[in-house]
Design a protein around this ligand. Sequence first.
Ligand SMILES: Nc1ncnc2c1ncn2[C@@H]1O[C@H](COP(=O)(O)OP(=O)(O)OP(=O)(O)O)[C@@H](O)[C@H]1O
Length: 267
Amino acid sequence: MININVIDVESVSKRFDLPDGRTFDAVKSVSLQIPKGSIYGLIGQSGAGKSTLLRIINLLERPDSGRVVVDGQDLTALPKSQLRQARQNIGMIFQQFNLLQNATVFENVAFPLSLHGKRSKQDIAVRVAECLALVGLTEKAQSYPAQLSGGQKQRVAIARALAPRPQVMLCDEPTSALDTGTTRTVLQTLREINEKLGVTIVIVTHELAVVQDLCDRVAVVEGGEVVEEFAVADETTPRHSALGKELLLEQQRQHVLRDWEAQQPVV
Ligand SMILES: Nc1ncnc2c1ncn2[C@@H]1O[C@H](COP(=O)(O)OP(=O)(O)OP(=O)(O)O)[C@@H](O)[C@H]1O
């Protein structure tokens, strides 16, 4: 992996105003460096600030202070029109897929392409076909979201996010609404996109199995702060956070299981 950071989050903070007049510090001076081409996990308990941090990366949530640099561009310094352009480089997918229900799969994937730029209908059709092929849904182009399984809907959302050729893809709990088998196909699709296209993936999840299956590096978020950051494959450096330790235990358990399976006689 090339050791260049495609995302540089520098000391970002976010405070929300609560209805009762108080304030809540959801993200507290967080810095993150995300290497180009990596799959980077943000994990933490519910309410830790993971989604807010993810949404800060494409400025869906504007930080009160700090900088967000994506692909060398300081998003926090851009005027609105240029920010819209820069966001083309950052795709996003959500837990609930967020597809247009009254539009076909084809139209859903074409949507971001017709919204931005001056592409011909033919160009758009070619790109949509490419993206649907990438996620294995060529046959479903004329279906409506209601006719698809959860995993297929998420793969349409992935195709839609990929259509403008982003370098970065942000994923907010992309498999939380899916069962185990479907989760596996969606993770496989994300892995292929990372490997074939070199897209950097940042994924928020509370599922440790997802981290273990997919991520190269992970940041543990607690109370709006990153309390630990490590390479998932590094099982020798001591982990400090509860989730970091839990992840390590799960990895070791998987090794024991694998060794045990390998020793079983073939019948
Ligand atoms: N717009 C908002 N106004 C007020 N408080 C908010 C707002 N958005 C988020 N919060 C609060 O900020 C905290 C962090 O929220 P966030 O969604 O980032 O957490 P999370 O780690 O992603 O949690 P979950 O896994 O449950 O989605 C929570 O306590 C949440 O209630």
